[in-house]
Design a protein around this ligand. Structure first.
Ligand SMILES: [Zn+2]
Length: 275
């Protein structure tokens, strides 16, 4: 599931290519990827002929802002991916084409989604504002200080790992980068979020930012489905220090990494050097 670095990588690719372009026609092949309201037919009708203002990201959402008062919120979820070109770059890889957006420069933005868990939603600015109001701070923005993280964790009895995954507390983190940031800051993922000292919160804050920036620099993590818009894989999977390393020696202390389940999600960590 793409997290902040993967979604941001895709956003950068698309923004460079799509800003200012017009969408001439839209074809939806899998109606269930268009989330109601307004439903697939109205979506096609209202997005066709519109000009793209900008391509933004908030949390794990892509936001295709249309000139005028609407935007398309895109969730990639498990298997959603984009390609851009005059024809499908690799028809063998794009076997579940769900939507196509023809642009005014002759190219088409293709959206493929094997499991069809992702989707598009057309929203007014006001509707988006009410969704956005519930999202936590963006960890790579300047305003995300250690004090902001401390406020997000304060008084929470839930494990710190679970709180980091809660998009209302901190936006954009998922299972991979929460585990990596906790490893980098030597914090036990089972600790109650509110029990972290100021010094520990600062360590975690620095680790979250450093981990996300490093992942962005390496175009995100690819295990199976995630690809950049040009089809290339991310490179951060080679730099993971704890995620997916169950049973392997800890890179810091050589004790075995263990895997536990927290709120239904796997967490890998080192019980001997994460406290
Ligand atoms: Zn260790």
């Amino acid at each position: 599931m793409p997290e902040l670095p993967e979604v941001e990588t895709i956003r950068r690719d698309l923004a460079a290519e799509l800003s200012g372009r017009a969408i001439e026609t839209v074809r939806v092949h899998q109606p269930d990827i268009v989330l109601p309201p307004p439903g697939p037919a109205a979506f096609v009708d209202r997005v066709s002929g519109r000009r793209i203002g900008s391509f933004d990201r908030r949390a794990k959402y892509l936001l295709l802002r249309l000139l005028g008062d609407e935007l398309v919120q895109v969730q990639l979820r498990m298997t959603g991916r984009f390609a851009l070109g005059t024809s499908l770059p690799d028809p063998e890889e794009f076997t579940h084409l769900a939507a196509e957006f023809d642009l005014d420069d002759g190219r088409t933005l293709f959206y493929d989604d094997t499991r069809r868990l992702g989707g598009f939603r057309l929203l007014s600015s006001a509707d988006w504002a009410s969704i956005e109001a519930k999202l936590g701070p963006e960890p790579l923005e300047e305003g995300f200080t250690a004090a902001v993280l401390a406020a997000a964790l304060a008084d929470r009895r839930a494990p710190v790992k679970n709180v980091l995954l809660d998009q209302r507390r901190v936006a954009g983190l998922g299972n991979i980068y929460a585990a990596e940031a906790l490893f980098a800051s030597r914090l036990d993922p089972r600790r109650a979020a509110g029990s972290l000292s100021a010094e520990e919160v600062e360590r975690l804050h620095d680790a979250i930012r450093a981990t996300l920036l490093d992942a962005l620099e390496h175009a995100g993590t690819t295990f199976s489905d995630y690809r950049a818009v040009n089809g290339s894989s991310g490179r951060f999977q080679d730099r993971l220090k704890v995620y997916g390393r169950e049973g392997s020696p800890c890179l810091r202390c050589a004790e075995p990494i263990v895997r536990i389940v927290q709120a239904g999600r796997s967490t890998c960590f080192c019980p001997s050097c994460q406290h």
